[in-house]
Design a protein around this ligand. Structure first.
Ligand code: RAM
Length: 538
């Protein structure tokens, strides 16, 4: 295996993995079920609400915000554009879909082609950024920018690709001095597998929380396509860590069970010969697993199945997918030594968060305990003859955590050897409920006292787990406060949907070397809908 990583050492981050030697099992029966549950997308016609002016504003995301222009969107055709002139359309909210627009020439006969650049942007700063300046490690092909030559006008320009955006910039590279381009009838055909009309309006008295709830539901909706995508701008595919959180938020809101089932069957139907669940899968042009593996993500297959069965009591799904969950769990358990210590390896790293600034070993130990506790309940339902074996292993893992990884004096979990104390270790150990309720509360109280305001985490994915750990530890006020400080802060910076990456203490942070490539509608940030419904409603 080749693993290209920024920091392959102690924290085992990854960038790209290339595993050419993997032998895949395609379970055609499971995959046929996945295909049968493909949703028909609901389409909604969106017309731009305004013409936008993008202006510098240091308080907004990546330093820019949008204000409504004095130019009237109803007069769009009058604002003709020649060389180096541009105009930005504002859809009024974030959407995912396809764009069409009518274009005509005005003036003398069209004596040269129209050369046009279109930019589709989730946040205003993407309009301002120059693709040529991008120097990150992910492909620049993700930047939503197109160059089009049109030889004959009038025409209807139908952009063939799907975009994820709120703002669309039309920028004329050239016409000719004899004529200008005139634009009319811009249409954005938005798509999702679910509609907001399906959802009753929630009654949330706290207005800040209500706004957080509403935007998290919008984020979820825009990520719900023919799979639960991680981000409709990027990577536009099904990742298992994101799926776990999307499924939970989905049960609390749209409750689209077919889409959830489809995604579980996709993972269950494409595993390695030894039983590893891939971290993500592609569905076009064929169903194809990615040769990328993350230890914690693989374990989440069992927890996603547990959550689904708990929510639906669907026996058929359990019968169909339990074998893959079991094989995956057995494989992961091979990495537990006789002392009950999880031994992580570089070719199957834990993810936990995009940040590489902390040691993930103790959090990894907690994730396997968290997953096993749920898996064991499935094993009991299945009357698996090995239930006792799994229980014994789980106890061993917990025992190791309590005796070797817990510092009773500090009331904190540590990293074995270095003694490092970090927030992720506490959070995942609390979620795994390794200690009793009182100790869990003490752990999180100590964490608040000594580590808040949190620094170092790069994703709403990790912040979700911190908030949930606070709820689990019986500290709902602190949980709500953190939701407001984090997701609320994104809103104050202009979020229409919640982002893939966000560090309140480092507003320019991107895991990819440049924020232009980040996704600003990202599945794993949609969980306030779940957290609010589960821990605060009623
Ligand atoms: C990013 C994806 C996804 C996440 C993985 C680990 O590339 O966008 O959300 O699950 O990383």
């Amino acid at each position: 295996m080749d693993c290209f990583s920024i920091n392959g050492g102690k924290n085992m981050a990854f960038t790209f993995q290339i595993n050419n030697d993997v032998v895949w099992n395609h379970d055609e029966k499971l995959l046929a079920k996945a295909e049968r549950n493909t949703p028909k997308l609901i389409q909604t016609t969106i017309q731009p609400a305004a013409i936008a002016e993008i202006i510098a504003d240091e308080k907004s995301v990546n330093g820019f915000k949008s204000v409504v222009s004095e130019k009237n969107i109803a007069q769009l055709p009058d604002y003709t554009l020649g060389r180096d002139e541009k105009i930005a359309l504002d859809l009024g909210d974030h959407y995912v879909g396809k764009f069409t627009i009518d274009i005509d020439s005005v003036g003398s006969p069209m004596d040269a082609p129209l050369y046009l650049r279109l930019k589709f942007a989730e946040v205003p700063a993407e309009i301002v950024a120059e693709a040529a300046d991008y120097d990150g490690w992910l492909s620049r092909s993700w930047i939503q920018e197109e160059f089009v030559h049109l030889d004959v006008l009038p025409t209807t320009l139908e952009m063939p690709r799907r975009y994820s955006c709120r703002y669309i910039e039309l920028s004329v590279i050239d016409t000719s001095p004899k004529w200008k381009a005139s634009f009319s009838n811009p249409i954005f055909m938005a798509e999702s597998s679910v509609s907001m009309e399906q959802l009753p309006k929630p009654v949330i008295e706290d207005k800040e929380l209500e706004a957080i709830y509403t935007i998290s539901v919008k984020t979820l909706q825009d990520c719900m396509q023919t799979v639960f995508e991680d981000g409709p701008k990027r990577d536009r595919r099904l990742w298992i860590g994101d799926l776990r959180l999307q499924a939970l938020a989905n049960y609390a809101t749209f409750d689209d069970l077919a889409l959830t089932k489809r995604c579980m069957y996709l993972f269950g139907g494409m595993t390695t010969e030894e039983g590893k669940i891939p971290a993500n899968v592609f569905t076009e042009p064929n169903l194809t697993p990615d040769d990328t593996f993350l230890f914690d993500y693989s374990l989440f297959f069992a927890t996603i199945l547990f959550d689904y069965v708990q929510h639906t009591q669907d026996e058929t799904v359990l019968q169909d997918l339990y074998p893959a969950a079991k094989k995956g769990m057995d494989l992961a358990l091979r990495q537990v030594d006789e002392a009950g210590r999880l031994v992580l390896t570089e070719d199957w790293p834990v993810f936990i968060d995009w940040s590489n600034d902390f040691d993930k070993a103790t959090a990894g130990q907690a994730v396997i305990i968290y997953a096993m506790k749920r898996f064991i309940q499935l094993a009991e339902k299945m009357q698996d003859s090995q239930v006792k074996h799994y229980q014994a292993l789980c106890q061993q893992l917990e025992e190791f955590a309590r005796t070797t990884l817990y510092d009773a004096e500090k009331k904190q979990f540590v990293i074995e050897g270095s003694g490092e104390v970090n927030v992720a270790s506490q959070v995942w150990m609390v979620l795994a409920e390794v200690m009793d309720a009182k100790t869990n509360q003490e752990i999180m109280e100590t964490t608040i006292k000594e580590q808040f305001p949190i620094t170092g985490f790069g994703t709403p994915y990790m912040y979700h787990h911190v908030v949930e750990a606070l709820f689990v530890a019986g500290l709902p006020e602190a949980a709500v406060q953190l939701m407001k400080d984090y997701w609320g802060k994104m809103i104050s910076m202009g979020a229409d949907t919640f982002w893939e990456a966000f560090k309140p203490e480092d507003l320019d942070f991107s895991p990819y070397g440049s924020p232009i490539i980040s996704s600003y509608c990202h599945a794993w940030s949609c969980t306030p809908a779940y957290l609010i419904k589960k821990y605060l409603a009623g």
